[in-house]
Design a protein around this ligand. Structure first.
Ligand code: NAP
Length: 247
């Protein structure tokens, strides 16, 4: 992979570039980074899934980000669309985490209001650490009971909408310094609306999807556009890897 910005370099090591970045946790919560891919015309999914946009280099960035994260947060819509499973990393990445004082794998956190999730899926039955489920405090009934049995529930907010700022503060109190959000767009919107996005790691795929595809953010809008300076730009096989981060 080559670096285009800031200092051009013909070959950079992906994991080293991402882990070398500064990410000071803001007061009271972990640093939050979003990992998303979009086509050159802004589509965040092809036929309902992001996978159709990816490449080997994009997978490398995906794993480099996961390898750093304390918690991988993902919304229920994406869990259902992409068939999420337990976190996995190479032996080498796990060893590097242990050397840094982290558990070998990040912990998963699923955000859901409805709690209509497949509680018997490997995400809940085979994850090395019980996933978190982030939901509203008034979530009740069978879904709440099953969530409590399968996961560690963070219940905050009301009317089916979790208070994400409060949930992130709780993750911070549990020791998380770095939370990776893998979307999808509705969760990104909720995070953006509450000014909880510190970093966007955006892959731009060299393809045009057309149609009415969703963007990487939908729903939430902050009162003012959030300005995130470009921190680096990498390229491989025509794919751009753009890291935007709070100064
Ligand atoms: N391009 C990319 O990098 C990328 C990445 C991820 C996903 N995607 C694509 O995005 C699509 C899914 O996106 P989406 O916007 O429809 O869904 P989404 O953001 O993945 O999930 C939305 C769901 O998350 C839950 N949720 C979000 N915020 C919440 C909050 N504050 N409190 C409680 N629950 C909350 C709700 O779950 P309940 O319905 O359970 O209440 C909501 O319906 C799929 O096509 C997927 O392939 C693309």
């Amino acid at each position: 992979m080559r670096r285009i910005f800031p200092e051009p370099a013909e070959a950079v090591e992906v994991a080293a570039v991402y882990i070398g970045a500064r990410r000071p946790p803001p007061p009271g919560r972990p640093w939050v980074m979003l990992d998303m891919i979009a086509s050159a015309d802004g589509a965040a999914a092809v036929e309902g899934r992001a996978r159709g946009l990816g490449s080997p280099a994009d997978r490398a960035v995906f794993f480099a980000l996961r390898a750093m994260a304390d918690v991988v947060m993902v919304a229920a819509g994406t869990v259902r669309a992409e068939g999420y499973g337990p976190p996995r990393l190479s032996e080498e990445a796990q060893a590097a985490r242990i050397a840094r004082g982290q558990p070998p794998l990040p912990r998963m956190a699923v955000v859901s209001g409805s709690l209509e999730l497949d509680w018997g899926s490997p995400l809940f039955t085979d994850s090395p650490e019980r996933p978190y489920v982030i939901t509203a405090a008034d979530a009740a009934g069978e879904g709440r009971r099953r969530a409590e049995a399968a996961a560690e529930v963070i219940a905050t907010g009301s009317k089916g909408t979790a208070d994400l700022a409060d949930a992130l503060a709780r993750l911070g109190r549990d020791g998380a310094r770095l939370v990776l959000s893998e979307g999808g767009p509705s969760l990104n919107g909720a995070l953006l609306r509450d000014d909880l996005v510190d970093e966007l790691d955006l892959t731009v795929a060299p393809s045009l999807v057309g149609g009415d595809a969703i963007r990487i953010v939908r729903g939430g809008a902050p009162p003012q556009p959030v300005r995130l300076p470009l921190a680096h730009a990498l390229e491989e096989d025509g794919y751009l890897f753009l890291r935007y981060a709070r100064a």
